[in-house]
Design a binder for this molecule. Structure first.
Ligand code: SAM
Ligand code: SF4
Length: 476
């Protein structure tokens, strides 16, 4: 009988991708994925270390798992526990010391060695934790199996890893290691396999994805940037949508901006973190650009793709941030107008330069600033969603909704869209007329091509494509 594997994923989409690849490496050992930890022979927590709260959650989950492991052992069903990801990388020794119930500890760059680690934990080293948090010289991508479980209609593809930017607040360069880009040929091959397995939307992933500079598809003499790679991927037949995340403003080059205007498959939505609107704070964060540079990039992107919607990340209460600095953040938000955004209180991370700065901002001030910023961002998001009402947008239905006969998918602008629709439309690109715009989602009704054309709604540029999408989807 197949052994059962339960993976709990914390944090970013890169971790989601890594979790699917961990399952792929363990499939040849007979492990099948389950969504019930109590059935699992192996539980892996794929962790995030970006903010303090994220890593605290791991230790409380390990407490719960210890009890489950004891209960299972008592009933004669042994269970292994593994901790993966950035907390494992940063606090490997500490985990082994504080949580003796853990059998495996491994970082983001060593999970291709999982089969070997599991063999050791089940065999000669049973009862002793197996720790592998090296940064190996070989790339894990050279060792991961080509066979991958299908990801569904929308899937992730990791093209770049690590980061050399060293923003003064961030742990990523320490936990994920130096920047590395996969070769274009390898990425194209993986994208083709995903499309053959039914994926129609691919999100290209990297901690600093637009720093991508991988070996060109033809020959090792040159490298490609992300804009060039996107143009190549868009030629894959059956691949209807492309996205990428997370990008850094300083790496937004002309070729990539141009791709936003030239490549129809590249969706009109971009997550472009700015963190702060104050030049002083941006310099202290080592972000390598100022507020004006950001506004200039946004203007160029919007010239290339006028319907581009923007999302961003913000940190409030970075050490030394004054009321004036924060006011500049609010001003930048007002000027740009975001469709969506993530905002966080600064969280000092051990080992990062900003954590040791003496001018830390009190928690109460951080709370106030976060509330003000989120009020503004929420207003902008609601206004953006309300402006969709009456339009017909192309939705890729990805999963069943809460109500009976309801499906949920994403618009080109990444909005979650709920609509009554038969399950047969799962995985299809379908035109939907938006009837209501809520804080975090849209509600609409499926229209067929002919009805959409005469609906009086304002079909957006994706509609023609969407009508073709239904036909193409039906033929899949
Ligand atoms: N590479 C991306 C970039 O440069 O914008 C960001 C990746 S990071 C995983 C995601 C977000 O977490 C950051 O954009 C930042 O807003 C937030 N973040 C990172 N370190 C943080 C910290 N120490 N405190 C609060 N938020 C933090
Ligand atoms: Fe962290 Fe992003 Fe800065 Fe790299 S560019 S150090 S991942 S915030």
């Amino acid at each position: 009988m197949a052994k059962q594997l339960f993976i709990k994923t914390y944090g970013c989409q890169m971790n989601v991708y890594d979790s699917t690849r961990m399952a792929d490496t363990l499939a040849p050992l007979g492990y099948a994925v389950t969504d019930r930890p109590e059935d699992a022979d192996l539980v892996i927590l794929n962790t995030c270390h970006i903010r303090e709260k994220a890593s605290e959650k791991v230790f409380s989950e390990l407490g719960r798992l210890r009890k489950l492991k004891q209960a299972k052992a008592a009933s004669g069903a042994p269970m292994l526990i593994g901790v993966a990801g950035c907390v494992a990388q940063a606090e490997g020794e500490e985990i082994v010391r504080r949580a003796p119930q853990v059998d495996l500890v491994f970082g983001p760059q060593t999970y291709h060695r999982l089969p070997e680690m599991v063999r050791r934990a089940l065999g000669p080293e049973a009862g002793r934790p197996v720790l592998d948090t090296e940064f190996p010289t070989e790339s894990k991508f050279d060792h991961l199996p080509e066979e991958a479980a299908p990801q569904g209609a929308a899937g992730f593809l990791s093209i770049q890893e690590g980061c050399d930017k060293f923003c003064t607040f961030c742990v990523v360069p320490y936990t994920r290691g130096a920047e590395f880009s996969r070769s274009a040929a390898e990425i194209v091959a993986e994208a083709e396999r995903m499309v053959a397995a039914g994926t129609v939307e691919i999100t290209l992933l990297g901690q600093n994805v637009n720093a991508y500079h991988g070996e060109a598809e033809t020959g090792a003499a040159a490298t490609w940037g992300l804009g060039r790679l996107i143009r190549r991927l868009a030629r894959i037949e059956g691949l209807r949508r492309l996205r990428y995340t997370t990008s850094h403003p300083a790496d937004m080059d002309a070729e990539l901006i141009e791709a936003h205007g030239a490549v129809a498959e590249l969706m009109p939505y971009l997550h472009l973190p700015v963190q702060s609107g104050s030049d002083r704070i941006l310099a202290a964060m080592n972000r390598r650009h100022g507020a004006e540079d950001y506004l200039d990039i946004v203007a160029r992107l919007r010239r290339a793709r006028p319907d581009l919607a923007l999302s961003s990340d913000f940190i409030v209460g970075f050490p030394g941030e004054t009321d004036q600095d924060f006011a500049q953040t609010l001003r930048l938000v007002t000027e740009v107008g975001f469709a969506q955004a993530y905002s966080f209180k600064y969280s000092p991370r051990p080992g990062t330069p900003a954590a040791g700065q003496p001018d830390q901002v009190p928690e109460t001030v951080k709370d106030e600033r976060l509330a003000m910023l989120q009020t503004l961002l929420n207003e902008q998001q609601q206004a953006f969603n309300r402006a969709s009402v009456g339009r017909v947008v192309e939705v890729l239905f990805e999963r069943a909704g809460r109500g009976p006969d309801q499906l949920v998918g994403r618009s080109p602008h990444m909005q979650a869209v709920h609509a009554a629709a038969p399950r047969a439309l799962l995985g299809r690109l379908v035109p939907v007329e938006i009837e209501a715009g809520h804080a975090n989602s849209l509600a609409g009704r499926v229209v067929d091509g002919r009805a959409a054309a005469s609906s009086g709604g304002r079909p957006d540029s994706a509609l023609a494509d969407a009508q073709g999408g239904i036909a193409a989807g039906a033929g899949r």
